[in-house]
Design a protein around this ligand. Structure first.
Ligand code: DAK
Length: 258
C-alpha cells in the first residue's frame, strides 16, 4: 500500500494516512489503499481497537485531493464519493471502536473521516473545518450527516455554511473532540485509551457500539429494544461468566472474546 501505513501494537491497529507532501489529502490511490487495509482489519479477530491518524506533524487529512477532484467528471465524482462514503461507513460499523488521533489539519474529507470514528482526540495544533463551499462543493463523505451528531445541528450548520476553521479548544468546547493533548503526547494518550478498551470484554464493547449506533436515530422505545436484545444475547457468552466470576472472586478478568 502506497499511501496507507498499517501496524499493530499488541491488540490495537494503527492506520496512518501517509501522503504528508499533500497533507495526507485523500486521492483515489489513498482510498483504494484504505479499502485494502480495512479488508485486513475487518478479518482480524484479534484486534480490539483501531486508531486512525495522519503522517507528519502538520495534518491528519487536509481533505479530498482538490487537484484530482478538479479534473473529475460527475460520473467519476459519484464513484469517488461512493467509495469514500463506503469506507467511512465501514469504519462507523466496524465491530471494534475506532479512535481518531487528529494531529493537525482535519479539513473537508479529513473532518468527515474523524467524524466517522467513534470519538476524537486532538493535538493542540489540530484545526477542523468543512471548507467545501469555498470550492463550490459541499461535503461529500458524510459531513452533512455526521458532524451534527458530534456538535449539534446549529454548530454543524455554521461550520458547513461558513467553511471556517476552528482550533482544538473550540472543537473541545462544541463537543467535536473528547480530549486535547500536547502534540507529542497525543499518540500515547490515544494508545492508552485504546489499551483500556482492549482489556474489556470484546463482545460487550461490540454490542455497546452496535446499540449506540443503531439506537441513535430511532424512537427511544425502539432503541431500548435494541439494548434489551443485545444485552440478553451477551448472556450466552463465556465472557459474562468470566467477568462476573472475576468480580466475585476479586481477581482481574481475562476475557476470551467468546
Ligand atoms: N488536496 C490536494 N493537495 C493539497 C490539499 C488538498 N486537499 N491540501 C493541501 N495540499 C497540498 C498543497 O497543494 C501543497 O502542495 P505543493 O504546493 O507543496 O505541491 C501541500 O499540500 C502543502 O500545503 P500548503 O502549502 O497549502 O500548506 P499551508 O500550510 O500553507 O496550508 C492548508 C495548509 C491546510 C490550510 C491548505 O493546504 C489548504 O487550505 N488545503 C486545502 C484544504 C481544503 O480545502 N480541504 C477540503 C478539500 S474538499 C465529494 C467527495 C468528497 C468531498 C467533496 C465532494 N463528492 C465527490 C461529492 C470532499 C471535499 C473536500 O475534502
Amino acid at each position: 500500500m502506497e499511501n496507507i501505513i498499517y501496524e499493530k501494537i499488541e491488540l490495537v491497529g494503527v492506520l496512518q494516512v501517509n501522503r504528508p507532501k499533500a497533507l495526507n489529502a485523500l486521492n483515489v490511490q489513498t482510498i483504494i489503499d484504505f479499502e485494502k487495509a480495512l479488508d485486513k482489519i475487518e478479518q482480524d479477530r484479534e484486534l480490539r481497537c483501531l486508531v486512525i491518524t495522519g503522517s507528519g506533524d502538520k495534518a491528519f487529512v487536509a481533505g479530498a485531493d482538490i487537484v484530482e477532484m478538479s479534473k473529475m467528471t460527475s460520473i467519476q465524482a459519484k464513484e469517488f464519493s461512493q467509495k469514500g462514503q463506503g469506507i467511512f461507513r465501514r469504519l462507523e460499523i466496524l465491530r471494534i471502536p475506532v479512535i481518531a488521533a487528529v494531529n493537525g489539519y482535519a479539513l473537508g474529507g479529513g473532518c468527515e473521516l474523524a467524524c466517522a470514528c467513534d470519538f476524537i482526540y486532538a493535538s493542540e495544533k489540530a484545526k477542523f473545518g468543512q471548507p467545501e463551499v469555498a470550492l463550490g462543493l459541499m461535503p461529500g463523505f458524510g459531513g452533512t450527516q455526521r458532524l451534527a451528531r458530534f456538535v449539534g445541528l446549529a454548530n454543524a450548520r455554521e461550520l458547513i455554511y461558513t467553511g471556517r476553521q476552528i482550533n482544538a479548544q473550540e472543537a473541545l468546547r462544541i463537543g467535536l473532540v473528547n480530549k486535547v493533548c500536547e502534540p507529542e503526547k497525543l499518540m500515547n494518550e490515544v494508545l492508552e485509551c485504546a489499551k483500556i478498551i482492549s482489556k474489556q470484554a470484546p463482545l460487550a464493547v461490540a454490542a455497546s457500539k452496535e446499540a449506540i449506533n443503531d439506537g441513535f436515530d430511532v424512537a427511544i422505545d425502539k432503541g431500548l429494544g435494541f439494548e434489551v436484545d443485545l444485552f440478553s444475547d451477551l448472556f450466552e457468552s463465556e465472557d459474562v461468566k468470566i467477568g462476573t466470576k472475576a468480580f466475585i472472586e476479586k481477581t482481574p478478568a481475562k476475557f476470551i472474546g467468546e
